[in-house]
Design a binder for this molecule. Structure first.
Ligand SMILES: [Zn+2]
Ligand SMILES: [Zn+2]
Length: 429
């Protein structure tokens, strides 16, 4: 674990992050000083209009970049082409680019400006197995770079910095969780991402989540001739499933526990000597997640005791619950509405988990959604993949880039807003 981490990823425990907490008073004070110097001079509306024009000026290039990523889907940590094209685009627009950050070959950081605040736009660009860009990450990535490039003149005028952080493998491995542990967000003041969806929304809710890999080892025997000699690892797994099913009746409403058997035995006439399974445990906060972890593990240990099959287990990827910064979400909503979009109120129901949650534990964050398809088109479906490169998808990409860029203008040009955002963040710690 790096010194910059707030998480012990293996255990999923939140621990205090002293360096950031200590920064608060001087940060806010410096921000207030900047406000006094800057706020008289800047015409925010003009800066935003210029920034939005900066997105339109890139229209053809952004749509082409989005189309290219869409037509070349790459799985998590294999996004060589996408990260190459995105960094090329940033370099071509005079961004300072570092590739392979956090010891991840397809992660990157492209920055413009050198002052505070430093605002991160998160880019995802991984695809799904079989159905390609059915989550529309081609739009996330292109909106992030488009917004960043459009912000150059506002940064020249108002100061501050914009950083595109290329975060691989959202779908399968949680690249941001690894990057958060390895210090990718230490100098960042706020993080934003825009994700294609079927609604316009300023931020989503996401549950804390942790993976559990389990294995039972029993003893093979002829299932009919010598069953009394065998130890049935599959029965252990089935008992564990039944235990989890019984537990599920008595968990809180927003908790989720679900899993699959990845190895169930060799043949019906052999007592299964080995089974393996993969589970996810989700809860609305880390405290309840820890309670559920203990209870779920009890189900597996009880099954081991009952059957005599030996249990091995490993807790794997941990996603922190997504903490939406409300002030940041309000500002994003205003900017999205100025583009003629109807923004839905913040959703109280969590729809899953995201590695953006791990970023939100470190810095003020929002995870907005932008509509690119009608409500009956489900994300992670082939129809959604089609929408992600169709006209509606391109409109979402351009509006998403504009809403991101205009929100960054608010943050760099109105330091009092940045101060309020930070105050909310630290108050919620
Ligand atoms: Zn997805
Ligand atoms: Zn996605």
């Amino acid at each position: 674990m790096s010194s910059s981490s707030v998480y012990n990823n293996r255990q999923g425990f939140c621990v205090p992050f002293a360096p950031i907490l200590k920064k608060l008073p001087t940060d806010v004070e410096a921000i207030v000083q900047r406000t006094l110097v800057m706020s008289k001079k800047l015409d925010i509306a003009k800066l935003k209009a210029k920034t939005a024009e900066g997105v339109d000026a890139q229209r053809e290039e952004l749509i082409e970049l989005s189309r290219r990523i869409h037509q070349n889907p790459e799985l998590g940590f294999q996004e060589v082409k996408a990260s190459g094209w995105l960094t090329e685009y940033l370099q071509g627009n005079h961004f300072q680019v570092e590739k392979g950050i956090c010891q991840l070959a397809t992660a990157f950081r492209g920055s413009f400006g050198s002052g505070k605040p430093v605002i991160a736009l998160l880019a995802e660009y991984d695809a799904l197995p079989e159905i390609g860009h059915a989550c529309g990450h081609n739009i996330i990535a292109t909106a992030a770079v488009g917004a960043a490039v459009a912000l150059k003149s506002a940064i020249d005028e108002a100061g501050g910095s914009v950083v595109v952080i290329g975060t691989p493998a959202e779908e399968l491995y949680g690249g941001k969780a690894i990057m958060a542990e390895r210090g990718a967000f230490v100098d960042i003041d706020a993080a934003l991402i825009v994700h294609p969806s079927i609604v316009d929304m300023a931020s989503i809710q996401a549950l804390a989540c942790i993976g559990l890999e389990v294995e039972f080892r029993g003893k093979a025997a002829h299932a009919a001739a010598f069953p009394q000699e065998g130890i049935n690892a599959l029965e252990a797994m089935i008992q564990a499933f039944n235990g989890v099913n019984a537990l599920r009746q008595h968990v809180r409403e927003r908790a989720r526990i679900h899993g699959i058997i990845t190895k169930g035995g060799e043949a019906p006439n052999i007592v299964p000597a080995y089974t393996a399974g993969s589970f996810l445990v989700r809860a609305e906060d880390d405290v309840y997640l820890d309670e559920l972890k203990r209870k779920v593990l009890n189900c597996f240990q009880a099954a081991s005791l009952a059957t005599g099959a030996h249990l091995d287990y490993k807790w794997t990827e941990y996603y922190a619950p997504l903490k939406t910064n409300r002030i940041l979400a309000e500002i994003f909503t205003e900017n999205m509405e100025s583009l003629g979009r109807n923004v839905a109120p913040l959703f109280e129901r969590a729809l899953g988990s995201s590695d953006v949650g791990n970023v939100s534990a470190l810095v003020p964050t929002i995870h907005p959604m932008i509509a690119i398809a009608p409500p009956d088109v489900l994300p992670h479906s082939p129809e959604f993949a089609t929408a992600a490169a169709a006209e509606e998808g391109n409109r979402g990409l351009l509006d998403g880039a504009k809403a991101l860029a205009m929100t960054v203008v608010d943050l760099i040009a109105q330091p009092e807003i940045m101060a309020r955002i930070k105050e909310e963040f630290f108050a919620a710690k």
